[in-house]
Design a binder for this molecule. Sequence first.
Ligand SMILES: [Zn+2]
Ligand SMILES: [Zn+2]
Length: 367
Amino acid sequence: MSRKLRTKAAVLPQGTGPIQFWEWDVPLPAPGCLNVEVVLGGVCGTEHHLVRRESEFPVAFVLGHEGVGRIVELADDVKTDHAGVTVSIGDLVYWRPMSPCYRCFACTVDADFASCIDATSWLSPANQPTWATFNTISTLKATNHFFKIKSDCPPEAVIALGCALPTILQGMERVGGITFGSSVAIQGAGPLGLAAIMQASLAGASKIIIIEKHAIRLEMALRFGATHAIDMLKTPSISERLSKIKEITAEAGVDLVVEASGSMSAFEEGVPLLARNGRYLLPGTWAGEGRAGISPFEVCRKAVKIVGTSYGSPKHYYHAMKLAETYHNRFPLVECITHRLPLLEVGKALELVVQGQAIKVVIVPPL
Ligand SMILES: [Zn+2]
Ligand SMILES: [Zn+2]
């Protein structure tokens, strides 16, 4: 029987140079693996930082790390997803991009799969199929955790908060969760900020304050459950924004700040917003370098806790998908998809994300 399965991929070459488009034949899935036709490739702000070469990487690699796809080929031994649900050809799945090695200290002793030192972060497409999502066919290995999406859940609801919701779920675990009735401020209402608002809303926070400059994102933040909006264009000074937060919280400051903009100036602004014993979660400053000025005296006197976090473990991807399945009618997840572009326009898609005029941009077929 003849079989021909080719993939086309947006590849970032090693060193320098713009995005290239490569094509190659996709092999039959090896034991434990499956081939998936990408249905929606989510565009995350991190991709833009990579394309701008703000982080170094050792090989050329396929862009895209958020995906929903349809199973097109399964190895004979793959009968279920990683939650034990039976799968077959045609099912829609959502997957965690990197594979933990299950051999390093982080995997074995800390059970912290997001910190695995040997995860398959950078895979050269010249050597092997990849889990990446800005390609027409992705190949998931046995350790690429994937989960079947229920047929009554729109795939857009799952990709809307792509890697952002798993990242926030892990972050909330690290920072100790959101207390019922507490106050939360979120800096930035992109997918990461919206995921944080969703969590604050579900946890029963009494005050959920969004700080953002783009009107489209402010409006969506309110629809996700933000109780107060601080428009940075109308309130351009940091001291004015601090005054507003003090006003909203009766001078106390907020119990939790989530930095979801990736901006260093936001980080400097965040600590003064905190109440005594406040906590500051940093999931946004992954890509890039720099130093910011905060007062260690203020951190000490207010007994502030600053917690960094990045990625999510396999369980956070599972829980993110379950949240999308359960709450896609309560939160306007599907409406977060503001732009759909084909693969060849991936450069434009990345620009849209950083310009802030989009909420979620996805790469769609025909890729
Ligand atoms: Zn991401
Ligand atoms: Zn590991």
